[in-house]
Design a protein around this ligand. Structure first.
Ligand SMILES: Nc1ncnc2c1ncn2[C@@H]1O[C@H](COP(=O)(O)OP(=O)(O)OP(=O)(O)O)[C@@H](O)[C@H]1O
Ligand SMILES: [Zn+2]
Length: 527
């Protein structure tokens, strides 16, 4: 059996200024697909998501609604959790930065950095975007002092005493890190963005706020609260604790650290690719292995965001179209890493073409022909009965390698494309070899060979698509007479058998096929 690896990955801890939108859902769906892919390979996986709940934006949002901040946070958290359930997200940890145990981790980490001599008190002056919770350079602002990421929010002038983290001390170490680990920041365009930013010279950044109650007090000076980003990044560490474990850094880091992959949007790249590794260097802890900053879902070219209010409601989308449909669209329809505009017509067209016409119809028509031509028994064949030059066998053998490579590289659209190559070839194979006329000519063996090859192609496709559309894959597998559940998370014997299903030819003779029923009904175009 293959060696099992441990794979820990994170989504951002989403800011609870409002209910989740399709952008937050996007990153989380992708993270879930990666987690499922890793599990399918037999690896142990820890998928971390959660919420970032401190800071001025939350304090203000709660106040506007006349709520205590904690009450507001609890409400929004419930809505995130219910969306993850709807989208069939199998997370292992939900990290909340208001958790009591998180405070212990933040304090211990702060002490380490403090002991290192990397924190000092100074005066902070500058333009602050409350929505980003970040000081902005004047040259980066839009006309009229608006934030480029929040074009409806004006930055605010701040002149206050803050504690600073000596980021500038880590300039050389960071540059060495990027030079020695070409894969540390992905994709390439994001890496270049970071290299460019760092090469301009790193400035120390403030890690405390005054006049803000909603946060953890600084251990060395309780008049200050810890800057929300310093606290939020550590939420990834707190998440690693077992539920009953005492909250110490040593405990948290003992099993799953370092994180294999931080999956984020490009808006928070600097925090993850520059500030975070520097903080960890200061605390003398190992660094995460890989940071991937994907693109934005846009509407009319603008980033969809809670602050701008130009978002699509993911609850409505799932209710209308199902979780697998939504997952498929975002994984296949957008080149991961690049920006992508959401458009409902395109959404419906893609799903109809791929899931209803190509995949669903293929399974349905083939099972229908079996019923007619083989009295519903599975073809009395195994893959050895197909010769090596069989067109579908040729594509199917080695398909998993290509698809796994694409998943590994986070090229989900490419992974789907490879799989749909086989599906399209299967439809073509039926059309060209016309089993209906072969049947009339009494060529039973040939008919069965065609049907076997096509059903095996559908099986393999369902297996390889299961990280993206687990419910549809389950449905297909059931119709083909298997009892695996792709939503099953823990490892058992069935999982070990399942790992081998990545190979072509797992359909056996006398497969207990069930009655054909459509797996995906055609959707109506939005009016
Ligand atoms: N339009 C978007 N496209 C893709 N991902 C997004 C989008 N908006 C948010 N995200 C995801 O959510 C993360 C940011 O989380 P956050 O809670 O700050 O959401 P936000 O909508 O950007 O909030 P705000 O509008 O208040 O800045 C991003 O790094 C990314 O993972
Ligand atoms: Zn902003």
């Amino acid at each position: 059996m293959k060696d099992r690896f441990k794979f820990a990955l994170t989504t951002p801890l989403y800011y609870v200024n409002d209910v989740p939108h399709i952008g937050s859902a996007y990153t989380t769906m992708v993270a879930d697909v990666i987690a499922r892919f890793q599990r399918l390979q037999g690896n142990s996986v820890l998928l971390i998501t959660g919420t970032d709940e401190h800071g001025q934006k939350i304090e203000r949002t709660a106040a506007e609604q006349g709520l205590e901040p904690q009450v507001h946070c609890d409400r929004i958290v419930a809505s995130f959790q219910s969306l993850w359930e709807k989208l069939n997200i199998q997370y292992d940890r939900f990290s909340r930065t208001t958790a009591v145990r998180h405070e212990a981790i933040v304090k211990e980490f702060f002490e380490r950095v403090w002991q290192k001599g990397d924190i000092y008190l100074d005066q902070q002056q500058g333009w602050y975007c409350v929505s980003c919770e970040e000081f902005k350079e004047e040259r980066d602002l839009l006309e009229g002092g608006f934030c480029p990421l929040h074009p409806n929010k004006q930055v605010e002038w701040r002149d206050e005493e803050n504690y600073f983290f000596k980021l500038s001390q880590y300039q050389t170490q960071l540059e060495t890190l990027y030079a020695q680990n070409l894969d540390f920041i992905q994709p390439e365009s994001r890496r270049n963005e970071v290299l460019n930013f760092v090469s301009q010279g790193l400035k120390d950044f403030s890690i405390s706020r005054v006049n803000l109650d909603w946060g953890f007090p600084l251990p060395s000076d309780p008049n200050h609260t810890i800057y929300v980003w310093f606290d939020a990044l550590l939420g990834y560490v707190t998440a690693l604790l077992e539920p009953e474990q005492e909250p110490t850094l040593a405990n948290a880091l003992s099993q799953w650290w370092p994180i294999n992959l931080h999956l984020i949007g490009k808006d928070i790249l600097r925090f993850h690719a520059v500030y975070w590794p520097a903080m960890l260097m200061s605390a003398e802890l190992p660094l995460p292995k890989r940071i991937f900053g994907h693109g934005f879902l846009t509407k009319d070219g603008k980033k969809m965001s809670k602050t701008l209010g130009n978002t699509v409601d993911p609850f409505a989308l799932v209710n209308k179209y199902s979780s697998d449909a939504v997952r498929y669209y975002f994984l296949k329809g957008i080149d991961f890493g690049k920006d992508g505009d959401f458009n409902e017509t395109r959404f419906v067209e893609l799903l109809n073409a791929d899931l209803a016409d190509n995949l669903g119809n293929l399974l349905n028509r083939t099972l229908g022909m079996l019923k007619k031509y083989c009295q519903s028994n599975g073809p009395q064949l195994t893959e050895a009965d197909l010769d090596l030059e069989h067109p579908l066998k040729k594509i199917g053998t080695g398909l998993s390698d290509r698809v796994f490579q694409a998943y590994e590289a986070l090229q989900f659209s490419q992974a789907c494309e490879e799989i749909f190559n086989l599906i399209r070839a299967s439809n073509k194979h039926i059309d060209e070899s016309a089993p209906w006329s072969l049947y009339k000519q009494g060529k039973q063996k040939e008919v069965e060979q065609i049907l076997y090859a096509v059903l095996e192609s559908v099986r393999l496709s369902a297996y390889l698509l299961s990280p993206i559309i687990p419910n549809l894959s389950n449905d297909i597998y059931q119709q083909l007479g298997f009892s695996f559940d792709f939503n099953h998370k823990t490892h058992n014997l069935a999982d070990d058998i399942l790992i081998h299903h990545s190979q072509w030819g797992k359909l056996t003779a006398n497969q207990n096929l069930s009655k054909a029923r459509p797996i995906f009904s055609k959707l109506e175009l939005p009016s």
